[in-house]
Design a protein around this ligand. Structure first.
Ligand code: CMC
Length: 380
């Protein structure tokens, strides 16, 4: 298909940007697959580390492949001393997503290779990035809270180790499983804005650390990964379930967006939201309700009644914020936790882009002027 130079599709909606075998969405039915595996199956039977391997290498690992991958992830969590000092020096008042973007770029300065054409070099970068991201996020949190650097625990996998590093206690099985599943659910999502950013940067043959730090920048915005943080702010602003109808009247009258609802691709409920909602129910029933959760259930019912026919349903970010808050994760770490998982997807897309690369160079619809007269400064 040739797209006319004069045809602008805002947001490139519906325009393919790459061929990809990493993940698949049917937005009308509500299907998400990673390498052909339904997300519901992975959420039930897999774990974050296995899901990373699946996304990166295209099929489920054997036991020895998975054991080796897990062991290498645990080994590569130790950060260089000077990188720890870089993270310590970052302003604690800054947003942790900015800290993560800066830390990822800095990580690359310690480990960047000239060339990523061999499988060994790619694999080493992949493991370093996936292993280091949770450690960098958790220790930015520790430093800004006035605590010392917390060493990762080599006995724990990604989810349990992250909770240990920020909360100082080993979480119970349910809490660990909830975070592990949330990581599985966020690991890839076809050609979303930050993955597209990753592929654009990859297409320049930039190194994988730069690819991931650029993509993390794209993930920060409130229309993308930043929505989960705003969902919780929104629920706090509503205050209680009985305030929902009046709040919604005012929000819709102001033509404001309801955070955690709507999606470019899904016109039905995001399957990740359904999985997280079920987990949230177990979590809140076991560990106690919160006002935010009760308000969220009331808001969901009211929005579905008023906007469901327009295809506006909850997306993954609607439940992730409430769940993360219950796990003791501070609100502004919600998007970094999303990034902790999504780097696996970025790296899978980086590998794919590099197998058949052509630098991205789209065109534009020019709407400026020509032949402008240059007026000397003193005459303006
Ligand atoms: N609240 C109220 N109305 C909405 C919402 C919403 N959250 N989302 C879409 N709409 C309406 C919108 O007003 C428009 O109505 P109309 O046709 O009458 O003007 C119609 O639905 C289409 O909306 P759009 O903004 O053109 O859709 P889009 O595909 O460009 O945007 C979106 C998708 C996710 C950016 C948008 O739904 C949104 O801003 N949602 C809130 C932010 C959010 O939850 N983001 C997380 C997305 S999921 C995680 C991720 O991928 O990062």
């Amino acid at each position: 298909m040739t797209v006319q130079e004069t045809t602008l599709v805002p947001g490139l909606a519906g325009i393919p940007a790459a061929e990809s075998a990493v993940s698949y969405i049917d937005g009308q039915v509500g299907i998400l697959e990673y390498r052909g595996h339904r997300i519901e199956t992975l959420a039930e039977h897999s774990n974050f580390e296995e899901t990373c391997w699946l996304l990166l290498y295209g099929s489920l690992p054997s036991k020895s492949e998975l054991d080796g991958f897990r062991a290498r992830l645990r080994e590569h969590r130790d950060l260089p001393e000077r990188l720890i000092n870089v993270i310590r020096a970052l302003p604690g008042v800054g947003h942790p997503m900015d800290a993560l973007q800066a830390s990822l770029a800095a990580l690359g300065m310690f480990h960047r290779k000239e060339d990523y054409s061999s499988r060994e070099e790619c694999d080493e970068a992949i493991v370093r990035i996936i292993a280091a991201v949770p450690v960098m996020i958790a220790n930015f949190e520790n430093f800004r809270a006035g605590r010392d650097y917390v060493q990762p625990d080599p006995k724990l996998d990604t989810a349990a180790n992250f909770l240990w590093m920020i909360n100082g206690t080993v979480a119970d099985e349910l809490i660990t499983r909830v975070l592990d599943v949330a990581l599985i659910l966020h690991a890839d999502h076809t050609m979303n804005a930050s993955t597209f950013a990753a592929r654009v940067v990859a297409s320049t043959e930039a190194d994988p650390f730069t690819v991931c730090s650029s993509a993390v920048g794209a993930l920060t915005g409130p229309l993308h990964g930043g929505a989960n943080e705003r969902v919780l702010d929104q629920l706090k602003a509503i205050g209680a379930a009985e305030n929902v109808p009046a709040w919604l009247d005012a929000t819709l009258a102001a033509k404001s967006k309801i955070m955690g609802f709507g999606h470019r691709v899904y016109t039905t409920k995001d399957p990740r939201a359904t999985i997280l909602q079920d987990l949230a129910r177990d979590l809140f029933e076991t560990h106690g309700m919160t006002p935010a959760y009760e308000t969220a259930l009331a808001l969901e019912a009211e929005v579905l009644q008023r906007l469901g026919s327009k295809g506006i349903y909850p997306n993954v970010d609607y439940f992730s914020g409430m769940v993360y808050a219950k796990l003791g994760i501070p609100t502004d770490l919600f998007t970094p936790v999303f990034a902790m998982s999504r780097v696996a997807g970025y790296l899978a897309h980086w590998r794919e882009q590099m197998t058949d690369n052509r630098i991205f160079r789209p065109t534009q619809v020019f709407v400026g002027s020509h032949d402008a007269a240059y007026t000397p400064l003193e005459l303006r």
